[in-house]
Write a new protein. Structure first.
Length: 95
């Protein structure tokens, strides 16, 4: 399953700070429909992700009925994106 969406890059300041993009509701519903067969624990879903020309592997995190895509610092730097920037991300969930 491949999904493409846009969202704003935001920063979570928790004990393990990280940048994320929130998956929009429509795509989150598509992910939820397959989550039981692809999740490997507490709702986390392994994916391949791409932002611009940069691809990486990561896991979607469930949050408030939707999902978050973590964006590594190396990806942000390579693609020259920063806090508050609108980005387009493509994720692939291997069923």
């Amino acid at each position: 399953m491949e999904l493409r969406f846009s969202g704003e890059l935001w920063y979570w300041r928790g004990p393990s700070p990280y940048h994320f993009v929130t998956v929009p509701d429509a795509q989150s519903a598509d992910i939820e429909a397959v989550s039981r067969i692809v999740s490997y624990g507490w709702g986390v879903i392994p994916v391949s992700a791409q932002l611009g020309e940069t691809a990486w592997t990561t896991s979607l995190f469930p949050k408030d009925g939707g999902y978050l895509v973590p964006v590594k610092d190396a990806v942000r730097k390579r693609e020259d994106v920063d806090l508050g920037d609108a980005v387009t991300i493509c994720i692939t969930i291997h069923l």
